[in-house]
Design a protein around this ligand. Structure first.
Ligand code: AMP
Length: 215
């Protein structure tokens, strides 16, 4: 099974992708996580991407294309995958078409989540992320010596540099100017599942699975 989870930053793609990957026994591939890991480890990719990611702009298509081809063709993805954060441009979508053809067409779903911009700004300015497992919490729940409820790391939560209000607005602009057009590319080639992402996490997952089953 091949799934693309689509929508603006902060809409809940990462959260839902993690849950769905576990439930459906497929790999969760987040290009944002791949880039953040590379930045943390100061690899060549990380050095190229750091300033771009911190400004909320897009890493060039050639770089992203190379990464995604290698990952999707790897062992981890042989039972299928859910793509989170890719494709973000029409050029990336075309590149992905070629990879899908090479992988022999399996059913492709595109899950589109939608949430109002003001709610997104509120969510992202108030979120903290675990630097060990990627779990997300709201700032108000954090206290000294906080233990991650998922991986049990202590004091491992941080605020992403691109979660400042200025950069969030920039990321939303990039989404509306460039990424939203990618949706049109998939209207005819994917099973489209559209979901209101403003409900609680459990309901969003439930609605996605119900719609996927009946499609
Ligand atoms: P995300 O974690 O999906 O919000 O991604 C964080 C940042 O990584 C984005 O704001 C971009 O700077 C970069 N990024 C992630 N995926 C892509 C992509 N497919 N193409 C270009 N840049 C990306």
């Amino acid at each position: 099974m091949q799934i693309i989870i689509f929508g603006s930053p902060g809409v809940g793609k990462g959260t839902q992708a993690k849950i769905l990957a576990l439930k459906l026994c497929i790999a969760h591939i987040s290009t944002g996580d791949i880039l953040r890991e590379a930045i943390k480890n100061e690899t060549e990719l990380g050095k190229q991407a750091k300033a771009i990611v911190e400004k909320g702009e897009l890493v060039p298509d050639e770089i992203m294309g190379g990464i995604i081809r290698e990952v999707l063709k790897g062992e981890r993805c042989k039972n299928g995958f859910i793509l989170d954060g890719f494709p973000r441009t029409v050029a990336q979508a075309k590149l992905l078409d070629n990879i899908f053809t090479e992988l022999k067409n399996k059913k492709l779903y595109l899950i589109r989540l939608e949430v109002k911009d003001e709610e997104i700004i509120n969510r992202l300015t108030n979120r903290l992320v675990c630097n060990k497992c990627g779990n997300i919490i709201v700032k108000n729940d954090y206290k000294d010596n906080y233990i991650c409820p998922v991986c049990k790391s202590v004091n491992s939560y941080y605020k992403r540099k691109d979660d400042s209000e200025e950069v969030i607005r920039r990321r939303l602009k990039v989404y509306y100017d460039t990424t939203e057009q990618v949706f049109g590319h998939y209207k005819k080639i994917a099973e489209i599942i559209e979901i209101d992402g403003s409900q609680n996490i459990e309901n969003v997952t439930k609605n996605i699975l119900v719609k996927m089953k009946s499609s």
